[in-house]
Every structure is written in structure tokens, then in C-alpha cells.
Design a protein around this ligand. Structure first.
Ligand SMILES: *Cc1c(COP(=O)(O)O)cnc(C)c1O
Length: 225
């Protein structure tokens, strides 16, 4: 851990990301989601005061420890779940998050729809696609996307508006981003959650509307996520 106040590190990282965004240009204005797993509450609050409003967390439990008080104090904050969801955590996730990026099976779609109705909460939803068909990764396989989407639309009545993916590490991400964009277009989904610290310019060029950026804003994570 460093003794540097969170503002200094953060302001530098955020300015660099904003400059990269300006250079990347592109259509519209992408939503910059600060991936804040493992970041403590002081750092989150510093980020909010620097103008970040969208945050992504990977674990419901960690988010439930860090965010309720902050969300009450800063109502403009929008919280995105970008990590895997178990159906027994659906109630907690619906209560806390505004956008779920990781719908990847029927059971989760059903649990989310049921909880959102019960709690009277309107969230936005992305389906996570295992775009590189990697055995260890979460997400629906590309060939199973259509059936899951149909289930969300016709049975669960879950308002899915986009696709999310994390391409294979150590590969050129461009073909994977392009494939995700093609799938979204084929299914009339306007939103694409793709691109991280190392590759968000490529993702934006290929149509990303939401980018999830951690280390480029916060610096290297000091705690395990
Ligand atoms: C941590 C994380 C990110 C951000 O990754 P960086 O390389 O730190 O920008 C984006 N998406 C998901 C799903 C993550 O877990």
C-alpha cells in the first residue's frame, strides 16, 4: 500500500484515460465504467469527487460491503455488476446494482426478473458471451446466445439491451470484439460492454458503448480481487 493520497494517483490515471478517450474519438459518448474491485471506500469516494459516476464491481458480497452508504450519499452513482452471479445472490444484486453485465443462463435471467418485479426495481441487463469459447470462462457460448435471448425476451421478460465479453488473454482482441458486435447487431441489441485498460481504443473502434477500465484509472490492484 502507498501513503500517497488517493486523489493524486486517481486524478493522474483518470486524466490519462480521458485523454486516450478523446484521441480515440468514435461515435457517441461511451460510458466509462471504473472497475473498482478491491478498491477501498476512501478511493471510491475520491473517484466520485473526481466525477466518475459509473462503477463496476465483480462480487456481490464485496459490493454490499462497500457501496450502500456511498450510494445513499451520492445518488448519481450507477453500479454495474461485471462479475459472475449466483442465483442465490439475485435479491441482493437487484437491490444494489443498476446494471447487470453477466446474465449467462436461464436460471439467472429468471431469478433476476422475479426479484426485480418483487422489489419494483428497473435495472438494465447485458448477456455475457464466452466469445473465445474458453472452458474456464463464464458466459453463454455464441451458438447458445439466440436461445438464451429468446428466453429472456419471451419467457423471463428480462429487458436485455446489450452483450458483454472478455476476450481471451494474450490474443489480439479485435476479432473477438468484432464478433460480439456482429452478434449484437444480428439480435438488435444497442449496447456493447467490451474493452478494458489495455484495449479499450480497439473496442471503441469496433462499437463498444460501455468500457470497463480498472488499472488505467486506479493503478495496479494491491489486494487480490
Ligand atoms: C477487472 C475487470 C475489468 C478491468 O480490467 P483492467 O484491465 O484493470 O482495466 C474489466 N472487466 C472485468 C469483467 C473485470 O473483472
Amino acid at each position: 500500500m502507498t501513503n500517497q493520497p488517493p486523489h493524486g494517483i486517481l486524478a493522474t490515471g483518470l486524466a490519462a484515460v480521458q485523454q486516450r478517450l478523446a484521441i480515440a474519438g468514435g461515435r457517441g459518448r461511451p460510458t466509462l465504467i471504473a472497475a473498482s474491485k478491491s478498491q477501498p471506500v476512501e478511493v471510491l469516494e475520491a473517484a466520485i469527487t473526481l466525477g466518475i459516476t459509473n462503477f463496476g464491481e465483480n462480487r456481490v458480497q464485496e459490493a454490499a460491503e462497500k457501496w450502500p452508504a456511498l450510494k445513499a450519499r451520492y445518488p448519481a452513482v450507477r453500479l454495474h455488476l461485471i462479475g459472475p452471479l449466483q442465483s442465490n445472490k439475485a435479491a441482493e444484486a437487484v437491490a444494489l446494482f443498476d446494471v447487470i453485465h453477466t446474465v449467462d443462463r436461464e436460471k439467472i435471467a429468471d431469478a433476476l426478473a422475479e426479484e426485480a418485479a418483487k422489489q419494483g426495481r428497473a435495472l438494465a441487463y447485458f448477456i455475457q458471451v464466452n466469445i473465445g469459447e474458453e472452458p474456464q470462462k463464464h458466459g453463454v457460448l455464441p451458438r447458445d446466445l439466440e436461445a438464451l435471448l429468446q428466453h429472456c425476451r419471451d419467457t423471463a421478460r428480462l429487458p436485455v439491451s446489450g452483450l458483454m465479453a472478455v476476450p481471451p488473454a494474450d490474443a489480439n482482441p479485435a476479432p473477438y470484439f468484432a464478433l460480439l458486435a456482429k452478434l449484437a447487431k444480428r439480435h438488435d441489441l444497442p449496447h456493447l460492454s467490451m474493452g478494458m485498460s489495455n484495449d479499450f481504443e480497439t473496442a471503441l473502434r469496433l462499437g463498444a458503448t460501455h468500457i470497463r477500465v480498472g488499472t488505467a484509472i486506479f493503478g495496479a490492484r494491491t489486494l487480490s480481487p
